[in-house]
Design a protein around this ligand. Structure first.
Ligand code: AMP
Length: 387
């Protein structure tokens, strides 16, 4: 189904409310990573160029709803915008529900949407108030597109025109490209801590990809089908489900692993085969043979979807699997998509962000899109388009 895009609408002189995802890490008022802001900027810049009255809103963290908490204020983001848009007038509105007064070509940054009572449970009263602030609503927060909240979804019911921003459009296009008609062979890497949080994604990708590579605690649950894996992180309740998947699909489980006795930063690693793990050991990364096998698969692939580190990459001696895989993805010819919180930290750590074809800004939204779930914000835009 189709949605309207910001580029298809005349926004000049209009009040344009952009729901961005500016949920960046902030410590003591200092932005720790501006990756999400940078991803949101093209839509905002476009609206400024077109001389719209640009109103930007976002959530930040998880404050108690209905209360102002300094820690979760968007004020540092307003300061960031002042710095970035030197020749543009930037306003900060912390009391905006009745109106935002702004001229064409200016930007108003609104205070955290989650300070507003009703935001999280998609209150109609609040959604209506948001809609009264603008002529055009632009949904651009892919990272929040799986949330059915007033600023991401509810507003759609009341606003006259709703469309997708550049980021949301790019995210949808890239994910569709990878999921609808992927160039083959297609490989999916699913790492991270727990199978339970990614089981649906694993299931969906198993059907779609030619090969699935499991890593991290997820791989451990697959190893536990056949082996005693000591004190390795795994989920006994999911062993049976993992077995069903492994018996049906082409799932690559590590043939050797790096193990340690203590879960700590300077722990030494030794490489062991899965039938040789002692009771007091835990698997924290792939071994060299597994890495070699996986690198070979990745080099032959045409499409790669990657979510999650394959080991405890935070510890230097258990980083090799994640590092080698990340760098191989970055330097192979395949169309590659990476997404999910920790995957982005890995990409930052190895400085490969310019070598991945598309890096999704979504964590939960990225996983839900892959699962095939309809994201509420996209559904809202589709409904709007029909009308
Ligand atoms: P997730 O949020 O599910 O993607 O999980 C990411 C976290 O999983 C990272 O902090 C990794 O350190 C951790 N992780 C990956 N592999 C393992 C493992 N074998 N044992 C324990 N934790 C792991």
């Amino acid at each position: 189904m189709s949605i309207k895009k910001i580029t298809e609408i005349n926004i000049t002189g209009k009040k344009v409310l952009i729901r961005s995802d500016l949920n960046v890490p902030i410590e003591n008022g200092i932005i720790q990573s501006d990756a999400r802001i940078l991803a949101a900027l093209p839509t905002i810049e476009l609206a400024v160029q077109k001389k719209a009255k640009v109103i930007v809103m976002s959530h930040l963290g998880r404050p108690k709803e209905g209360y102002y908490t300094k820690k979760y204020s968007l004020f540092p983001i307003f300061k960031y915008f002042q710095n970035k848009f030197k020749s543009t007038k930037i306003h900060f509105s912390n009391n905006f529900l009745d109106d935002v007064v702004i001229k064409p070509g200016e930007i108003a940054i609104l205070e955290n949407t989650r300070f507003n009572t009703g935001e999280l449970n998609n209150s109609e009263i609040l959604s209506k108030k948001y809609s009264n602030l603008c002529d055009v609503f632009v949904m651009d927060a892919f990272g929040s597109a799986h949330r059915m909240q007033s600023s991401t979804y509810g507003i759609g019911k009341f606003v006259k025109i709703a469309c997708a921003g550049l980021l949301l459009t790019n995210e949808i296009n890239a994910l569709k490209k990878a999921l609808k008609k992927p160039k083959r062979p297609m490989v999916a890497i699913v790492g991270g801590a727990k199978v339970s949080t990614k089981f649906n994604v694993l299931h969906k990708l198993s059907k779609l990809a030619d090969t699935i590579i499991v890593g991290g605690g997820i791989a451990n649950t697959f190893l536990a089908i056949d082996y005693q894996i000591g004190k390795s992180l795994h989920e006994p309740d999911f062993i049976l489900e993992a077995k069903k998947l492994r018996d049906k699909y082409n799932i690559i489980v590590p043939i050797d692993s790096r193990v340690g006795k203590n879960f700590c930063k300077n722990e030494k690693s030794i490489i062991k085969s899965p039938d040789n793990i002692a009771e007091d050991e835990e698997i924290m990364d792939f071994g060299d043979q597994s890495i070699e096998k996986i690198v070979d698969i990745l080099k032959k692939s045409q499409t790669i979807i990657w979510n999650g580190p394959v080991g405890v990459f935070e510890f230097p001696n258990f980083r090799k699997g994640t590092e080698t895989i990340a760098k191989t993805i970055a330097h192979c010819d395949a169309f590659s998509i990476a997404g999910g919180g920790d995957t982005l930290s890995v990409i930052d750590m190895f400085n490969i962000k310019n070598n991945i074809s598309y890096i999704s800004t979504g964590g939960g939204a990225f996983l839900e899109f892959i699962e095939g779930k309809k994201l509420p914000a996209i559904e809202m835009l589709e409904e709007k388009f029909k009308k």
